[in-house]
Ligand binder design. Structure first.
Ligand code: NAD
Ligand code: UDP
Length: 310
């Protein structure tokens, strides 16, 4: 198949391109390089089955493809809050453009949605039935509401225009090729620990997250796209739940760092807890994560320990 990956030069997009090329597909990797980098896909350049296109999905594009993975969108709070208007345009106009393309060429299209659609959840763990608790006017809203409206657009194009859609709700995912200055907690803590700098825990560190390793996530996305039992949304994540303080302690231990933990103010609307209910993914995809946090962190620490191509 010919497969379009938007955001293909990003952290998750580049791993997805790798797997699709491995599977024998032709891949069109589209990116505007806001948070992604050509370096993430450099090893694929020159492969006759790989094409790299500099494009912004807020503008239309004409391509002939069989599948579209829509991953283009900054994912780290620091980056999505840098230009919030652009962030919501990427989810809104980007989804309209990609759904229009899917409709025209009859491609199946998958949306990379997020656990952020649950906001600061009052239901724990989060099931797909839960509608969420999202502030529509806060500093995270450009991302959260953008992803929510993208889900709405996907469902309406499906119901109204019979577009063949899939939606995955991705919970915090980490691994090699995260940007070292990305601002997300795993990359921040590892970079700080490797440099023996203070580990910056926001708030008292009692908030929880569930961390999924990139390779597990990619397998789940691939099988969501190719199965025909459910259009989603399907939660994809690792149900292991850790406080941010526990994560800081683990990173210090695994790196053997001399870093001290310091606390900084908690950003507003920071969700207090997050843990996916993955019953649907288990049933529909016959999938569950294989890499536990210690193993995944060890591989990520190894990546960040070497000079990082940027
Ligand atoms: P990332 O920032 O590394 O990748 C996003 C990519 O999209 C980058 O390469 C960036 O340059 C590109 N991009 C941004 N805006 C664009 C635009 N307007 N046009 C074209 N390209 C654009 O982040 P990631 O972690 O790889 O996330 C990939 C997708 O998965 C995102 O949609 C994100 O919302 C979603 N997601 C990720 C996580 C996670 O924990 N990693 C969790 C939930 C959802
Ligand atoms: N966090 C932290 N220190 C950091 C970066 C993040 O304590 O240097 C916290 C953040 O406040 C949040 C959690 O770690 O509670 C996860 O943050 P991240 O930005 O990775 O993703 P989120 O799940 O909030 O979108």
């Amino acid at each position: 198949m010919r497969i379009l990956v938007t955001g293909g030069a990003g952290f998750l997009g580049s791993h997805l391109c790798d797997r699709l090329i491995e599977q024998g597909h032709d891949v069109v990797c589209l990116d505007n390089y806001f948070t992604g980098s050509k370096k993430n896909v450099e090893h694929l350049i020159g492969n006759p089955r790989f094409e790299l296109v500099r494009h912004d999905i807020t503008l239309p594009i004409l391509l002939e493809v069989d599948r579209i993975y829509n991953l283009a969108c900054p994912a780290s709070p620091v980056h999505y809050q840098y230009n919030p208007v652009k962030t919501i345009k990427t989810s809104l106009l980007g989804s309209v453009n990609m759904l229009g393309l899917a409709k025209r060429v009859k491609a199946r299209i998958l949306q990379a949605s997020t656990s952020e659609v649950y906001g600061d959840p009052t239901v724990h763990p989060q099931t797909e039935e839960y509608w969420g608790n999202v502030n529509p006017i806060g500093i995270r809203s450009c991302y959260d509401e953008g992803k929510r409206v993208a889900e709405t657009l996907f469902m309406d194009y499906h119901r109204q225009n019979k577009v063949d859609i899939r939606i995955v709700r991705i919970f915090n995912t980490y691994g090699p090729r995260m940007h070292p200055n990305d601002g997300r907690v795993v990359s921040n803590f590892i970079m700080q620990a490797l440099q023996n700098k203070d580990i910056t825990v926001y708030g008292d560190g009692s908030q929880t997250r569930s961390f999924c390793f990139a390779s597990d996530l990619i397998e789940a996305i691939l099988s969501t796209m190719e199965q025909t039992e459910s259009i989603g949304p399907i939660n994809i994540g690792n149900p292991g739940e850790f406080t941010i303080l526990e994560l800081a302690e683990k990173v210090i231990k695994l790196t053997g760092s001399k870093s001290k933990i310091i606390t900084l103010p908690l950003p507003s609307d920071d969700p207090k807890q997050r843990k996916p209910d993955i019953s649907q993914a288990k049933k529909v995809l016959n999938w569950e994560p294989k890499v536990n946090l210690d193993e995944g962190l060890a591989q990520t620490i190894e990546y960040f320990s070497k000079p990082i191509p940027l």
